[in-house]
Design a protein around this ligand. Structure first.
Ligand code: RIB
Ligand code: CA
Length: 313
């Protein structure tokens, strides 16, 4: 099976960072064409820098990293330093990157890549607000039919919200962008909080990262040590939920995951429920299905995969 060609669109963020490491540690399954960064967990200046820090940590300074949109389509930016720290990568002490951010805008890289790669061969992997993806679809509608699929982290149904009582952060930051993506007709697989809250970095799992002994293993343990605080305080969980790595693990071993093909719509107007992913899990409407909504995962196998791939870097 040839490696899947992907573009990771991301707002690092410790969990984004681990998703990037998982992708870079899996060259047989993943051909990472480039990383486009977006404002989200922290402002764009930091997310673009953090993406480079992680590529150098992985020993892959040749990875193409682009800066994308620095704010949502039509709202002020909301960030999440309370979860990820001031830098967005709090936890380990990592050196400032030497590698250069590419000059091309991330949105233009997405468009150009989709126009030049054979149609249906490129998968988009958004791990943050969907601003770059929606901007690309609006700017170049011709790419819509060329995208193999979009596998994204975002939304929630049974788990409801993590940034408001009803909304998950990535969707909440740019609901207009999410609405464009979910109405695009593109094949979409969603990794919502319903599944990401089942992959928690418990102490033994954190110890396994540290036991790898490499700078990647130790940094991963330190990143998850830091960003578990928010979820432990809020939900009383046993460790940090690895939201974004679910996207990459799904590309490598989809059999670890389960869900339903359902209708998902985005709340864009109500102040009370702005950014909610209204998932018709029980099929109570006649709205056509538009997304595979994942709610289950084999967590031990997920961590075995992740730990083994991190050990390769
Ligand atoms: O709600 C979790 C999502 O928001 C993750 O992608 C995390 O990195 C933040 O972007
Ligand atoms: Ca993210």
């Amino acid at each position: 099976m040839p490696a899947k060609k992907i573009i990771i669109d991301t707002d690092p963020g410790q969990d984004d960072a681990i998703a990037i490491l998982l992708a870079l540690g899996s060259p047989d399954e993943i051909e990472l064409l480039g990383i486009t960064t977006v404002a989200g967990n922290v402002p764009l200046k930091l997310t673009q820098k953090n993406a480079c820090i992680i590529c150098e940590l992985a020993g892959r300074p040749e990875t193409l990293v682009f800066a994308g949109c620095d704010r949502p389509l039509s709202r002020p930016l909301v960030t999440a330093e309370h979860v990820h720290g001031k830098t967005g990568l709090d936890g380990p002490t990592l050196p400032n990157p030497q590698m250069e951010i590419k000059k091309q805008h991330g949105v233009d890289f997405i468009i150009e890549t989709l126009r030049t790669e054979p149609s249906g061969t490129v998968t988009l992997c958004p791990l943050g607000p969907l601003t770059n993806i929606a901007t690309a679809l609006e700017k170049a509608p011709d790419i819509i039919n060329r995208i193999a699929e979009i596998v994204l982290m975002g939304g929630a149904y049974f788990e409801v919200g993590n940034i408001t009582p009803t909304a998950e952060f990535n969707i909440y930051v740019d609901p207009e962008a999410a609405d464009i993506v979910f109405k695009s007709g593109i094949k979409i697989v969603v990794m919502p909080l319903d599944v990401t809250h089942k992959v928690l970095v418990t102490r033994p799992r954190n110890d396994a990262f540290r036991k790898i002994g490499s700078s990647v293993g130790v940094a991963t343990a330190e990143m998850t040590d830091f960003f578990e605080r928010f979820d432990k305080d809020k939900y009383g969980t046993a460790g940090a939920p690895l939201h974004d790595p679910c996207v990459i693990a799904y590309l490598i071993k989809p059999e670890l995951f389960g869900g339903r093909y359902i209708n998902v719509m985005i709340e864009k107007t109500s102040d009370l429920t702005l950014g909610m992913t209204v998932a018709d899990w029980w099929g109570v409407t006649n709205r056509p299905a538009n997304a595979t909504f994942i709610n289950d995962v084999d967590a031990p196998a997920f961590f075995d995969l992740l730990t083994e791939r991190l050990s390769r870097l």
